[in-house]
Design a protein around this ligand. Sequence first.
Ligand code: NAD
Ligand code: TYD
Length: 344
Amino acid sequence: MRHLLVTGGAGFIGSNFVRWMLTHYTDLRVVVYDKLTYAGRLENLQDVAQQFAGRYAFVRGDICDADAVAAALRDHAIDTIVNFAAETHVDRSIMDPDAFIRTDVYGTYVLLEAARQAGNLRYHQISTDEVYGHIEGDHRSKETDILAPRSPYAASKAGADHLVNAYHITYGLPTTISRGANNIGPYQYPEKVVPLFVTNALNDEPLPVYGDGQQRRDYEYVLDHCQAIDLILRKGVLGETYNVGSGTEITNLEMVEILLDELGKPRSLIRHVEDRLGHDRRYCLDVSKIMALGWEPDYNHEEAIRATVRWYVANRWWWEPIRSGEFKEYYARVYGNRKVLSQP
Ligand code: NAD
Ligand code: TYD
């Protein structure tokens, strides 16, 4: 039996990954280690806790707490750590960078050090395409490109990537890193653009498109990402980094149009608003390295957006309570005083 520790497993991608792994491997035990911040929710795992009761456990803890991390590794005889735990939203990082530096940089260090002390456990770090910064022309970021992060979130994640590589080179820790594109799918907290816009539209509220809406992103279905992480754990070369995205890009406005069409809602819900500070115009990944390992996405961006919209339509039980809590204060802070642009 393999024993996997999934840090941040109560969040969006982590909970999808836990479900994916327990469904695909019967010889696997999964322990989720999560602080349960606003983004970490036990509802994301309630079906998992029931269906896989004998092979699943939950530990509430902070990845910055070295003693608690060491105890979880020891108590559950962990052999592999996959680290999803992070503060993840760019707009929050612009307002309050502090938690990002603590969790995303220092927390990663604590996990690496714990993995080393426990006897060089296998370690996989979940990173992001944002570490490359925004890219020009038709260039696609390769794993060997220089990191040029531009937001506090992206800079924290880049710092973590450097630490992971340093632990591999210095101590021989068996590490890998994956850099995902903009993931979408079930259980994504509605601060990120796609679930925010779907839930706003379902409530007939305006969709606040930053600036001209011509920023380009690769919207990737979360299960494609989970499949890639699984593959890297089995076949990835230690010390290496793998980009994971659909390899296609669309503008934010194109994304909004697909989303509204799937919902049957009017374009008049679109509001161009004052842009995000330091907004990255374009991300796009070269995914040839992960494809050479045997991975292929099942969803293109349009299918990913449509499937995501359908999940939010069918799962109001999940997002309606979220939108009535802490989220309201957050929304007022980010959008309350934001100028509406008459001409984007
Ligand atoms: P999320 O915000 O939905 O979940 C983050 C999880 O981490 C939550 O469960 C939260 O409670 C937990 N957490 C936060 N601080 C913690 C701490 N100090 N100790 C323990 N747990 C803590 O995030 P997500 O979108 O699922 O992202 C997961 C990972 O994937 C992150 O590392 C993120 O940088 C990366 N990533 C995300 C995307 C995306 O589009 N969402 C794309 C590429 C990479
Ligand atoms: P987001 O989901 O925050 O992901 P990231 O910034 O990590 O790519 O945003 C995706 C894109 O959508 C990004 O270009 C910013 C834009 N956006 C808006 O136009 N309006 C919004 O309210 C939000 C949250 C994002």
